[in-house]
Write a protein that binds this ligand. Structure first.
Ligand code: PLP
Length: 402
């Protein structure tokens, strides 16, 4: 079937974080919300149908995870990434952050060091700090507008005694799809230095322009034995409110320890609706996903073109994956707080402050383009008008001072 991603769905008053928390986040509730990483689109029809069918059953008693649940995830990985992962290493959780928090709680002790690669998803900072771990920063290098891993710096940082590295594969917010070669180089350094990698692959189904995701643990047995993979259908199919994710452990001992914590915290159950939705997503969601990806590519093209023609001071990246764009706003010549104020109060649009992803994000804003083209056009026109107004004001200032 053909999906209509142009459809505008009113998400306000649905307890949506993106819409209904605007006042708290931006101090006003009328901004066009283009921030938190979920989509304004309805999910795939087979997912909705499965949820309705289950809801119509009407009994929502305790639910256990069937064997087929992990089989479905295995098959998806095999089909999408040619990764033949054994289900015996899989475990479930409500979210990727939950996985990481459980994990850090058990495996790091006060002062243990964990490497992250900023600018990077802000949740990584938190999961380490929550358990009194010490963050070591191995910032990405910006070369001709593209981000790369800095292996020399990594080798230096590793000498400080890191225990884990949290990898964003592919990368939020800069949209980098790491090549197999880049991942091998990273994994080799980590293996040599006894640093285990937690590979967050939550955005990996949203590959754009035909780019290819490499699950880190799929590269070799040796790398798999040093990798904990976190994945989820929630970004792919817009199911974040259902809270469901999967971990793939490097060995059964680690999985056992993890599941024991889950059991002690009584957090090892899958919500009935999440279970049904997740299975439908991975078995019947592909047609929708293919159309979604085309729509997102169109939105990204629109932003790149619009900025180039109307406000070249704002330089968007061309992400290789997912629906998050990284806008270089340094040529607006605003200091950091004024930049945020400008987007919210002058342009009336709510984006993520680049600094949320580390100091490397200063002068950048993260734009979520997973919304209807019409809304995006409205937002970009508001931004263009704000830039024009700002330039005029600056022009007047210049005249006054002359
Ligand atoms: C890279 C990355 N990891 C994890 C998450 C959060 O995942 P969850 O909602 O499953 O905790 C996000 C959400 O934006 C993300 O971008």
């Amino acid at each position: 079937m053909d999906y209509n991603f142009d459809e505008i769905i009113d998400r306000s008053n649905t307890y949506s974080v993106k819409y209904d928390n605007r006042k708290t986040k931006f101090n006003r509730d009328d901004v066009i919300p283009l921030w938190v990483a979920d989509m304004d689109f309805k999910t795939a029809k087979p997912i909705i149908d499965s949820v309705i069918e289950r809801a119509n059953h009407g009994v929502f008693g305790y639910t256990s995870t069937p064997k087929e649940y992990f089989e479905v995830i295995k098959n998806w990985q095999l089909k999408k990434n040619n990764w033949n992962v054994d289900t015996k290493y899989m475990s479930n959780a409500t979210g990727v952050k939950t996985i990481m928090n459980h994990f850090m709680r058990e495996f790091i002790h006060e002062g243990d060091k964990v490497i992250i690669q900023p600018p990077v998803y802000h949740g990584f900072f938190k999961v380490v700090e929550n358990w009194d771990g010490e963050l070591l920063y191995n910032p990405l290098k910006l070369v001709n507008g593209d981000y790369y891993m800095d292996y020399e710096d990594l080798e230096e940082k590793i000498k400080e005694g890191a225990k884990f590295l949290i990898l964003c594969n592919p990368h939020n917010p800069v949209g980098r799809v790491w090549s197999k070669e880049e991942l091998i180089k990273l994994a080799k350094i980590c293996l040599e230095n006894d640093v285990m990698i937690i590979s967050d692959e939550i955005h990996s189904d949203l590959m754009l322009w035909g780019s290819k995701h490499t699950p880190l643990a799929s590269i070799s047995k040796e790398i798999a034995e040093n990798t904990i993979t976190c994945m989820s259908s929630t970004k792919t199919f817009n199911l974040a409110g259902l809270q469901v994710s999967t971990t793939i452990f490097p060995n059964l001992e680690m999985k056992e320890i993890y599941e024991d914590i889950q059991e002690r915290l009584d957090s090892n159950k899958i919500n009935t609706i999440s279970l049904v939705a997740n299975m439908a997503a991975y078995t019947k969601g592909e047609e929708w996903l293919e159309q979604l990806i085309k729509y997102i590519e169109g939105n990204i093209e629109f932003i790149i073109d619009f900025c180039a023609k109307n406000m070249p001071q704002i330089k968007p990246n061309r992400p290789g994956c997912t629906y998050l764009m990284w806008l270089d706003c340094k040529e607006l010549n605003l200091d950091e707080d004024d930049l945020i104020d400008f987007f919210i109060n002058e342009a009336g649009i709510g984006l993520n402050d680049g600094r949320d992803f580390g100091i490397e994000g200063s002068g950048y804003m993260r734009l979520n383009v997973a919304c209807s083209r019409l809304l995006l056009e409205k937002a970009m026109n508001q931004l263009k008008d704000a830039v024009l107004r700002k330039e005029n004001i600056l022009g007047k200032d210049l005249l006054i001072s002359e």
